[in-house]
Design a binder for this molecule. Structure first.
Ligand code: NAD
Ligand code: TYD
Length: 337
């Protein structure tokens, strides 16, 4: 039996990872530590909450005593750290919590991993630590870190701490840096689920700036298989970029959504741009592909249809997620634009 501590496993990517591991890895016990912030949602794991190989624990990665107790109690041999504040716009309006969770929280996990001799620490990071690209080129693992937003600065800080714990204390680790994920269970503050939710409800689709910002879209299941591959096969100390090879300007993604949902282009509304908005991200994932034999399983065209169909058939999940605090968030974030 392999016992892993997954943090942030009630969020978007973490819950997809937990579901994948429980379904596909019969010898793996998952201890899932999540603070259940606005982005954490136990409905993402509804049919797995009583699963015999899944132990959900409500708590903070910054709680050292709790983290150490879980490692001992469940004889944890690997940690996969998804827990984070993850939204760039929120990091612009309130950066402090990003330092508390993404930097200090990661440090707490690293200290516990070192002290308890954990055999592998996998840090789930982002391509945003590399900064922004012009119209040419791609991020490789050698690209210097040059983060631009408070979010990406906090993730880059965490990456440096992970490497420092490897270098200084010999902690076995890997870092994965992925591009923008999309798929089932994503909170509708991020581009794709926000646009789907608004289009379904005939609300304006707020496009920042000229809409020609480019992201490299990665289907969430493919990201999860990449992380598992790293956990199983990667030598310690290696960093891997994970990308979907699906670069698209935002407007192209939005038009595809409108088209599939049968909604008019007139819903598009150009709004005030995000301050410091990174122009383009593009990932060179050849190290994952060549060294770990990983491949994305779907094209963007397949993944986006699966995603839209999932949101259309999970209207209760969506309705619950956008009730209450989400309305307040939406008004604050978009009313002045
Ligand atoms: P998310 O915001 O959907 O989920 C984050 C989860 O972490 C939530 O369940 C939340 O409750 C939990 N959490 C937050 N603070 C915590 C704390 N102090 N202690 C314990 N749990 C806490 O995020 P996501 O989109 O699933 O992203 C997961 C990871 O992947 C993050 O580290 C993020 O930086 C990284 N990432 C995400 C994307 C993307 O496109 N979503 C892209 C690149 C990297
Ligand atoms: P987002 O999903 O927030 O991810 P990130 O900023 O981490 O890449 O945004 C993706 C792109 O979509 C980014 O260029 C900003 C843009 N965007 C909009 O145009 N309108 C929106 O309402 C949101 C949330 C994002």
């Amino acid at each position: 039996m392999r016992n892993i501590l997954v943090t942030g496993g009630a969020g978007f990517i973490g819950s997809n990872f937990v579901r994948m591991v429980l379904a596909e890895q019969p010898d793996c016990l998952v201890v899932n530590l999540d603070k259940l912030t606005y982005a954490g949602n136990l409905e993402n794991l509804a049919e797995y909450l009583e699963h015999e190989r899944h132990k959900f624990v409500h708590g903070d990665i910054g709680d050292a005593a709790l983290v150490e107790r879980l490692i001992d109690e469940y004889a944890i041999d690997a940690i996969v750290n998804f827990a984070a504040e993850s939204h760039v716009d929120r990091s612009i309006t309130g950066p402090k919590i990003f330092i508390d969770t993404n930097v200090s929280g990661t440090l707490t996990l690293l200290e516990a991993a070192r002290d308890k001799n954990i055999s592998r620490f996998v840090q789930v990071s982002t391509d945003e630590v590399y900064g922004s690209l012009g119209s040419e080129g791609m991020f490789t693992e050698q690209t210097p870190l040059s983060p631009n937003s408070p979010y990406s600065a906090s993730k880059a800080s965490a990456d440096h701490l992970v490497c420092a714990f490897g270098h200084t204390f010999g902690l076995p680790y890997n870092i994965t840096r992925c591009s923008n994920n999309y798929g089932q269970y994503q909170f509708p503050e991020k581009l794709i689920p926000l646009m789907i939710n608004n289009a379904v409800n005939d609300k304006d689709l707020p496009v920042y700036g000229d809409g020609m910002y480019v992201r490299d879209w990665l289907y969430v299941y493919d990201h999860c298989t990449a992380i598992w591959r790293v956990l199983e096969k990667a030598p310690s100390g290696e960093i891997y970029n994970v990308g979907g090879c699906n670069e698209k300007p935002n407007l192209e993604v939005i038009r595809l959504i409108l088209d599939h949902l049968g909604k008019p282009d007139s819903l598009i509304k150009y709004v005030k741009d995000r301050p410091g908005h990174d122009r383009r991200y593009a990932i060179d994932a050849s190290k994952m592909i060549d060294e770990l034999d990983w491949r994305p399983s779907v094209t963007f065209e397949e993944g986006i249809v699966k995603t839209m169909d999932w949101y259309l058939s999970n209207t209760t999940w969506l309705a619950n997620v956008v009730s209450g605090d989400y309305q307040k968030y939406y008004e604050t974030m978009y009313s002045g634009r």
